[in-house]
Design a binder for this molecule. Sequence first.
Ligand SMILES: [Cu+2]
Length: 222
Amino acid sequence: MKMNNKKTTKETMKKPSRTTIASTTIIAIIASAAMILGVLQNQTSHNALAQTYGSSGPTAASTTTNSIVSVNPNQSTNKEFWINTVHLDGMTNLNAAKFCDTCSQNTPLHTAEKPPVNSTIPIGGGFRITEPNKVGAWDFRSFTFAPDQIVVNQGDKVTLHFVGVQGVHHLITVDGIGSFTLLRGQIHTVSFTANNPGTINYYCHIHMPNMVGQILVLPKSV
Ligand SMILES: [Cu+2]
């Protein structure tokens, strides 16, 4: 009886049952079918893209639902941009590397840093150093626009939405278009037609010289 039991156990381990073989075969067939379908689908996508763009590039993209739109310097379009007011902060602490027995974690993010003795930052309000407070924290701030570079074509109808995200308030000028005040939480919109090729600067009078941006207007080809 013992021998029979052992043999039965060995046979069970070595020889998979018919049900197991059938299941394995079905899984393998399903996996193969899925792979073939994946390849076919991929091929279909490539074919669709090829049909969209043709052999000479993305000229037909605008007639499809694809989000890529062709750029033609001689064709005026509407261009819309959202320009955020931003300040980058280099926050640090005189005591950054000291052990703190009341803190939840004691891995300093970086070594202790002191503010520069003779700061060389330009005047104009665009840069600011906040001296260390009572716990040693200090900050170096730089104001900017995001984005600060925009490209349009001559003849484009351009809409700029200035978004007051950071900074209490800004006094912004778009050259040749106008000036306005922008507070945090406000959006101010200007629209114009880019009639002439060249550059149009936009800047904040309160945060110079770095809170500046530029719209590059590409000329129509002749
Ligand atoms: Cu500003």
